[in-house]
Design a protein around this ligand. Structure first.
Ligand code: F6R
Length: 614
């Protein structure tokens, strides 16, 4: 987490940096700061608690003249959010300033050694160790900033994306990365750096994604130079961005989350485009077609993911088991990586991650590769680390997701998983062609059906007013609707701070049923599927105990309508395709409850969009 930006070039350095911080605020927002090298060869650092808006207010009466600068928006790991712990950090002698995204695992050891050498520390962060170490190496070896950064990084264990500037040298920024993302933008007379491409796209489409342990030397009037930690020059692969500025703006919506919920018909169209062909008869996923042998010889599929992506993975299990007759396991990446997993070359490990940067998912991928498994990635952010670390994969192509709560990425992930299961089934002949045709045709209709479900918006907004002050919620579902219940509960808790539990409906009687009373609303996802009669029983069990029920049902349902307090009707679909449709009303319900409570839905407290720390 944390976002970093750097700029060296013409024009207003401060403006470029602050605008960039706003774009990266989704990565963390407990404090922000900026370091500017001014024409007199001084560095001014301004930093403060809170969001980037606060930083702007703080800077109103400050000297903002600069030739280059670096900036940071923080999600605290080492040291509480405070002005002192905010980045950038100065070296002890005030000569060097640095911003950092990542965690330095051996910081304590390094810090103790530096203190012994007389170094004084001014914050509780692991980051300050980096800048002090660079200063120490520079003074001891009497070397350049570049050499000091390289040598210091050789002593560091952990993850870093850093940008470093020094006094008296407004013409150079040194940047480096390992396990945390960093992109360099190459403009005509300016160079940019950032944690992702969103602060850069407005100025140039030409970017370079730094590789692990690569150091970028950004100099005024000179071409970009990349070296490894041993100072050997490495290749510069320039990529052209496909991102557009309009994708990064709210487009008339009050919040990114609402915009992203309403974008789903078009994001799902983009996700399906060119992949479901011949009027639904064939599913074309290059990642599968190019690796037929690996899929044919697979004996097992193991999903690794976190959070919402883990919920999508759970749906992937149902889809692959149903369609491909393969055993499937679903693991939290954070548990998997420390659980001595038994893997071999017959396993396909599928990593799901919107950001493509989640530290635990990346670590799980590395383990799977080591064990000889075939690793397949499902990501959204093009050029991020996960697609680069996997053998093959599929992008969900839903465009930048900026709201911290995942919405369009979830439906995109489920869509890709559905197409993935179908294309494996096609390859292995585990599903009759007529069934593939039927599902393929439905998939092509999904964007229009989502558009129809979004018409429930006003009804859900009214409904939300009744339940805004509930203190607990239960979300129940069975089969394909169980992961939807988990996802609905996560959406509510993360943006409204209401406690919500997702549960398999039949498990309720083994404990959670004790919680039910008139103050504990239940959201029950109950479309017409092969478990419908069973879930009707669960709906009755809740009602019999005085619980209020909001049910997501198939259009025309009469039975549940007579029992539940409120129903939200969604179009009839084949069972395996219902999750995409039934998750939309739950996204809207969470959004409106959080808005009624006055919460910041795009930036919920304590969270960050891209979890690049353990
Ligand atoms: C919840 C949410 C998180 C992410 C999780 C994994 O709305 O967004 O739970 O799903 O942090 O992130 P990615 O998918 O980027 O690996």
């Amino acid at each position: 987490m944390c976002g970093i930006v750097g700029y060296l070039g013409e024009g207003n350095v401060y403006d470029v940096l602050v605008k960039g911080l706003h774009r990266l605020e989704y990565r963390g927002y407990d404090s922000a700061g900026i370091a500017l090298v001014n024409p007199n060869g001084n560095i001014n650092i301004y930093k403060t608690m809170g969001k980037v808006d606060n930083l702007e207010k703080f800077c109103q009466d400050k000297d903002l003249k600069a030739l280059a600068g670096i900036a940071h928006t923080r999600w605290a790991t080492h040291g509480e959010p405070s002005d002192n712990n905010a980045h950038p950090h100065f070296s002890d002698d005030g000569e060097i300033a640095l911003v950092h995204n990542g965690t330095i695992e051996n910081y304590k050891l390094l810090k103790d050694a530096l203190i012994q050498h007389g170094c004084q520390f001014h914050s509780e962060t692991d980051t300050e160790v980096l800048v002090q170490l660079i200063e120490y190496v520079k003074l001891t070896n009497k070397c350049s900033l570049l050499d000091a950064v390289r040598e210091a990084l050789k002593q560091v264990i952990g993850a870093y994306a850093i940008a470093v500037i020094e006094k008296n040298n407004p013409d150079t920024i040194i940047a480096a990365r390992k396990s945390s993302p960093l992109v360099i933008g190459i403009g005509e007379d300016a160079t940019f750096l950032a944690s992702d491409a969103t602060p850069i796209v407005e100025y140039t489409k030409n970017v370079v994604y730094l590789k692990d342990e690569e150091v970028a030397v950004i100099r005024r009037g000179k071409p970009l130079k990349l070296v490894n930690l041993d100072n050997e020059e490495t290749n510069i692969d320039v990529t052209t961005l496909k991102l557009s500025i309009s994708q990064l703006e709210k487009g008339g919506y009050p919040h990114f989350m609402l915009k992203e919920i309403f974008e789903q018909p078009s994001t799902l169209r983009d996700c399906i485009r060119g992949r479901v062909v011949e009027d639904g008869k064939r599913i074309m996923l290059n990642g599968v077609n190019d690796n037929k042998e690996r899929f044919l010889k697979a004996k097992r599929v193991v999903f690794v993911a976190c959070g919402t992506s883990w919920h999508a993975a759970l749906l992937g299990k149902y889809l692959i088991q149903d369609m491909c007759h393969l055993p499937v396991e679903v693991e939290y990446a954070s548990e998997f990586r420390y659980s001595n997993p038994v893997l071999d070359e017959h396993d396909i490990v599928i990593a799901i991650s919107q950001s493509g940067e989640t530290a635990d998912t990346l670590a799980a991928i590395k383990m799977a590769r080591k064990a000889g498994s075939f690793v397949y990635g499902i990501s959204n952010v093009v050029g991020s680390s996960i697609p680069r670390e996997t053998h093959s994969g599929t992008y969900i192509h839903v465009g930048p997701e900026i709201g911290v709560a995942s919405t369009k990425a979830f439906t995109g992930q489920v869509m890709v998983l559905t197409m993935l299961a179908l294309s494996i089934a096609q390859l292995k002949n585990t599903l009759p062609q007529e069934k593939i045709n039927e599902l393929g045709k439905y998939i092509l209709q999904i964007p229009d059906l989502v558009e129809q479900v979004l018409k429930l918006n006003e009804k859900i907004e009214r409904l939300s007013l009744i339940y805004t002050y509930a203190r607990n919620f239960l979300y129940l579902g069975r089969g394909y609707s169980y992961p939807v219940a988990l996802e609905g509960a996560l959406k509510l808790k993360e943006i409204s701070y209401i406690h919500a539990e997702g549960y398999p409906a039949a498990e309720m009687k083994h404990g959670p049923i004790a919680l039910i009373d008139e103050e504990m609303p239940s959201v029950i996802i109950a479309p017409k599927d092969h478990l419908y009669d069973k879930i009707v029983n669960n709906v009755q069990q809740v009602k019999a105990r005085g619980g209020n029920i909001i049910a997501i049902v198939t259009e025309g349902d009469k039975v549940i309508k007579n029992i539940a307090d409120h129903v939200l009707e969604v179009p009839e679909m084949p069972e395996c395709l219902t999750p995409i449709i039934s998750s939309i009303p739950l996204q809207l319900l969470s959004y409106y409850i959080a808005i009624n409570k006055g919460k910041n839905v795009d930036m919920p407290r304590n969270l960050a969009k891209s979890v690049t720390v353990e």
